[in-house]
Design a protein around this ligand. Structure first.
Ligand code: ADP
Ligand code: MG
Length: 482
């Protein structure tokens, strides 16, 4: 057994989620991502003297929604505090946050792991505002500052130290991202910095019940980096302990180009934030009525849907996962499933046809050109054997994409794809009549077209009069004139 196998990694996360509000936490500045630097600022977000913050109600609403989804206790009264520090991208010289009593306490997120589910406890969720952005790589001599982000509302979700590996961190972050997107409180976009996390890592001998000394790796904005940082940090701490050293509680940065963690400057490590109550904002008072309104409007939980897709609709884990990744897709499936019991066909249609179409055309389900009614009818055509599965997917579906307003049955008829059992029956009789009369077929082909009447009579007789004369005529003409 390697020395590393004798240790266990213990991880707790502090996740920052940028809320999808239109305006900032304490003023009306626009929050849209990607605007020219320093265009979404005002006297309030720049912290000019004499200005006062005003609370954004949506921020409260979003915090409560997330708290409810995680089963947290919602504080009916919570407070804002000032966290003081000096930095170029913090124009006020302090950040408004919640230190004494946060808006949500406790809760848990159940995550899916390879060998079963695990519940990760949440310590609390608090509201705060984001800082601006320092840009170090655009000017060789100076640091540039963009304050568009200063004052954008954040939720900080603090987990208990319940995670044990990079895989579990990945599953937790993925689950949290999916949840905030379901709730529509954030776009969860890690590349644009809408979701970032600080990772607290410690190690201990397996079987130990007390926690080891932890280090905090700041501001990881991709899962790949988080994974690498955790792996590096775990070995570093084990090596340190094994060589007789002690882990010091430090704040670290992860350097993607070296794959290593390193302490950030000592001064920052020794920060005293001098928290005190924010004097310009009253306590946040939430009524029970407000909470129950939000509770009523909560969307289904992604994990509940994932389970439902496997149990109720009998879909594979793979399908259930793909179909519930996004709320819109899952609800779309459920809608279609009310009209057809062929759940596998609906799943195939979404996964193999609709999703690829959406990603190729770079559009969303809301703009999909075929209505749910027509999609249901399409599946019904396959279910009732009116159109073969392969013809439906290869020929009918592309036609429907081009003619969204036309009913699939009409399109199938136009394309001659209908294979009603009637015409199978008729075709069989026609083939038999022709096979029994090779001489007359040859004579017909030489030019004696009047023989068509003979064939018609034979088919009528064999079908006991059930054959549709018009269809029979068409079929005979098609087969005789090849
Ligand atoms: P602080 O108040 O100093 O920020 P917290 O107790 O709030 O510390 O913990 C911050 C984060 O660190 C939480 O996510 C928590 O789960 C995690 N954490 C605390 N102790 C440990 C530890 N020994 N090992 C790993 N993670 C830890
Ligand atoms: Mg903390």
């Amino acid at each position: 057994m390697s020395i590393y196998d004798q240790y266990e990694t213990v991880i707790g996360l502090e996740i920052h989620v940028q809320l999808a509000t239109k305006s900032k936490a304490f003023c009306s500045d626009d929050t849209t991502f990607g605007a020219s630097p320093n265009t979404h600022v005002s006297a309030i977000s720049l912290g000019h003297p004499g200005t006062l913050p005003r609370l954004n109600k949506k921020q409260i609403e979003y915090a409560v929604k997330l708290g409810l989804a995680l089963g947290s206790e919602i504080s009916l009264k919570s407070y804002f505090d000032r966290k003081n520090y000096f930095y170029t991208d913090l124009p006020k010289g302090y950040q408004i946050t919640q230190d004494r009593l946060p808006i949500c306490i406790g809760g848990e997120l159940e995550v899916r792991l390879k060998d079963g589910n695990k519940k990760i406890r949440i310590h609390h969720i608090h509201m705060e505002e984001d800082a601006g952005k320092s840009i170090h790589d655009q000017d060789p001599k100076n640091t540039l500052v963009d304050l568009n982000r200063a004052g954008v509302p954040l939720l900080e979700i603090v987990s208990e130290p319940d995670l044990r590996s990079a895989e579990e961190v990945d599953a937790f972050m993925t689950g949290m991202r999916q949840l905030v997107r379901y709730l529509e409180v954030s776009d969860g976009n890690m590349q644009e910095g809408s979701m970032r996390c600080d990772v607290n890592v410690s190690v201990r001998k397996k079987g130990d019940t007390t926690l080891g000394q932890r280090c905090e790796i700041k501001n990881l904005n991709s899962m790949r980096y988080a994974r690498k940082a955790i792996e590096f940090e775990t070995s570093r701490q084990i090596d340190l302990i094994e060589s007789g050293g002690k882990v010091a509680q430090e704040t670290l940065n992860f350097n993607p180009s070296t794959g290593k963690t390193a302490p950030i400057r000592d001064k920052e490590n020794a920060h005293d934030y001098r928290y005190f109550p924010e004097p310009d904002l009253p306590p946040v008072i939430i009524s029970k009525a407000f909470i129950s309104e939000l509770e009523k409007a909560q969307p289904p939980h992604p994990l509940a849907l994932f389970n439902q897709f496997q149990k109720k609709y009998k879909l594979s884990e793979y399908d259930a996962n793909l179909l519930t990744e996004e709320k819109l897709t899952a609800l779309f499936f459920i809608d279609l499933a009310q009209h057809s019991k062929n759940y596998k066909a609906i799943s195939n249609l979404i996964i193999n046809k609709i999703n690829p179409y959406l990603s190729e055309s770079n559009t969303g389900l809301n703009d999909f050109p075929i209505s749910k009614k027509h999609l249901s009818e399409f599946i019904q055509l396959i279910d009732e054997n009116k159109v073969s599965n392969s013809m439906a997917y290869q020929r009918l579906f592309p036609e429907m994409l081009k003619n969204g307003e036309k009913a699939p049955l009409d399109l199938a008829e136009k394309l001659n794809l209908i294979q009603s059992s009637d015409s199978d029956f008729l075709e069989q009789i026609v083939d038999e009549v022709l096979a029994k009369n090779p001489d007359k077929v040859a004579t017909y082909k030489k030019g004696k077209k009047g023989l068509i009447g003979f064939f018609m009579g034979e088919v009528m007789r064999a079908s006991k009069g059930k054959a549709d004369p018009k269809k029979t005529n068409g079929l005979l003409a098609k087969k005789l004139n090849v």
